[in-house]
Design a protein around this ligand. Sequence first.
Ligand SMILES: [Zn+2]
Length: 396
Amino acid sequence: MSSLVVRNIGELLTNDPTIGESPMGRRFNAAVVIDGGVVAWIGESAKAPAADSVIDAGGGAVLPGFVDSHTHLIFAGERSAEFEARMASVAYDGGGIWSTVKATRAASSEFLRRRSQRLRGEMLCQGTTTIEVKSGYELTVAGEQRLVEIASELSDEVTFLGAHTVPEEYASDRDGYIELVAGAMLDACSSHARWADVFCEGVAFSVDESRYVLGAAAQKGLGLRVHGNQLAHSGGIALAVEMEAASVDHCTHYTKDDVTLLTDSDVVASLLPAAEFSTRSPYPNARELLDAGVTVALATDCNPGTAFVTSMPFVVALAVREMSMTVDEALWAATLGGARALRRSDVGYLGLGACGDLMVLDAPRAAHVAYRPGSSLVQHVVRDGVATSFEESVSW
Ligand SMILES: [Zn+2]
């Protein structure tokens, strides 16, 4: 495997306080060498050792690749009419999630593979180097197995989400569906999945139902994740803490007790503000969570219904503008925070031995991610030490 040096970095964020200014591990006029796919050297640009290939950052900023710890990337169809109606405050019943389930069931594996790879490509060119991918749009044993298999071609972070919603054919037999999810469906999916997730919400699964599914998944050796407290005080946060889940995602509604539970646990609170943006809903109070010492991650929640968003830069901009996170807090939550939500110790930062995953911005400071929302600032993305380059920039 060849080596790569990224030199002439104006501002480098490493998220490693042993390497630079705390807490972001910030350095200036720096270089990074990646060898064998991992970070091998960080220091002054003028002193950088030679490598097989060179990226001249031209004074641009470099930061770790984004870690998007919550996506529903594999689906067919789209729901723009639902979005338009919601924005116009007009009643609309296009079937919601069920319409996506029907379209996904009818799609070929080849189509699902191409569509999800295309979305994965959109993410990569916006700086995202690690993604989590959930199933959850077929809700049959064979269908969910197909989705986790396709997901495993995109990422090591595959999540089985059979408990996404109760499918129509089980409308009069909820308990039968929950038995199926925790039994045959879990059996069929567990070898391709690292995680299991449940949609613990009044409109989906109760706390007891969610606990039952998560307990079965834990027995199969899967790590746990929870969609919780998106629409109301669902009890999802307390359940995630009780079950020692890696992450509870959304956390739009919570109580003081929930905050205490999170602070005293290893559960990451993953905030998904693109969902609030796309549904015109109040954002979670990130400030209160951060001030209490909760570990916060940011992710896209990319899905066709409530957040058809692949851009982590957009999510960072929302977190800063709408959730009172500082730029540094948002960049940390979108990188190392995401890694914590996936219990990964090799991504989300640029310390020695970390994965060689980074982005070079066509901007002198990393703050431009939030400062210039909507602009394509990512000029090079390096993943496992392999570079993908976009347009040339002027020097900063
Ligand atoms: Zn989700």
